[in-house]
Design a protein around this ligand. Structure first.
Ligand SMILES: *[C@@H]1O[C@H](CO)[C@@H](O)[C@H](O)[C@H]1NC(C)=O
Length: 276
């Protein structure tokens, strides 16, 4: 039996440890979450296959790990503005020549779903005129045209909770969420139309295309790649966020516990020793 006051102290240390351990409290899926990936990819492709007027060269979109890693790194900044590294493409992707981006932000975090964010982007189609390639004055169409940009065939998204709010929004004072999707190759290029119109898949890029739900599919293009790459500006590399603080606090508590235990054992059972 340990002396009772030592037992009480151990209990306090253990409780502190689990309190800090649970403080991360992130309600959102990670970028490796299968349902999250499927939702992002499926909704993009559903909207790409149903453009009006119909597209003749719309590529099927698949997930890209590198784009998702960059989306996550930027989402961690919790600021509602475009990634400042986008024009320096090697700092946002290991292989692609250009990367595009859409961002959604909201509060409270429960207002987020992939579907709701995407609906907001795609709803811009009401302001966009394909025939003249213009957006109604004072409106935004760029999120929509990126989603339906024919040659953007890879997407990677990330959603992040922002306990101190999303900066540069009207709701920056309250806990919020940010959702970032990055695209390759980038859409919204200087005055170009997002896609060509005509019979579905009649103008697919390259050879060996299959037509699925009016989208050009190609097994080589759709292949999943792994890059083992992280952008050098990812905040997770340099700063200590809430989960990192939780880990440090846990380690400190464990260390303290080790010393206290050793001290207590030594003090109350001076003749006993053991290895740790
Ligand atoms: C976009 O895709 C979603 C999910 O399939 C669908 O509910 C929505 O109606 C689509 N919107 C347009 C404009 O195609």
């Amino acid at each position: 039996m340990r002396p009772p006051h030592l037992q009480g102290f151990l209990l306090v240390v253990i409780c502190l440890g689990s309190y800090f351990g649970s403080s991360e409290n992130n309600p959102f899926p990670d970028i490796t979450d299968e349902k999250f990936i499927n939702d992002c990819v499926r909704i993009h492709n559903d909207n790409r296959s149903s453009v009006n007027p119909p597209a003749s060269n719309m590529l099927y979109m698949t997930w890209d790990e590198g784009l998702a890693v960059t989306a996550r790194a930027w989402a961690r900044h919790c600021v509602f503005e475009h990634n400042i590294y986008l024009r320096d493409v090697r700092r946002v992707h290991p292989v692609f020549s250009s990367v595009g981006e859409n961002i959604w932000a909201g509060a409270p975090p429960s207002t987020f779903s992939v579907m709701k964010a995407m609906r907001l982007w795609v709803n811009e189609d009401q302001y966009y005129k394909y025939e003249s390639n213009v957006c109604q004055q004072g409106k935004m169409c760029g999120h929509y045209t990126q989603v339906v940009w024919a040659t953007s065939y890879k997407v990677g998204c990330a959603v992040q909770i922002c306990p101190n709010g999303v900066d540069k929004t009207t709701f920056s004072g309250q806990i919020g969420a940010i959702f970032v999707c990055n695209y390759a190759t980038a859409g919204n290029m200087n005055g170009m139309l997002p896609y060509q119109t005509g019979t579905a898949c009649s103008a697919c890029e390259g050879t060996n295309n299959q037509c699925q739900a009016k989208l050009c599919r190609n097994s080589e293009r759709d292949k999943q790649k792994s890059y083992n790459w992280t952008p050098d500006w990812d905040p997770a590399l340099t700063t200590c966020g809430s989960s990192c603080i939780a880990i440090l606090a846990n380690r400190f508590a464990a260390l303290l516990l080790t010393f206290v235990t050793a001290f207590g054992v030594h003090r109350f059972y001076p003749s006993m020793f053991f290895y740790e």
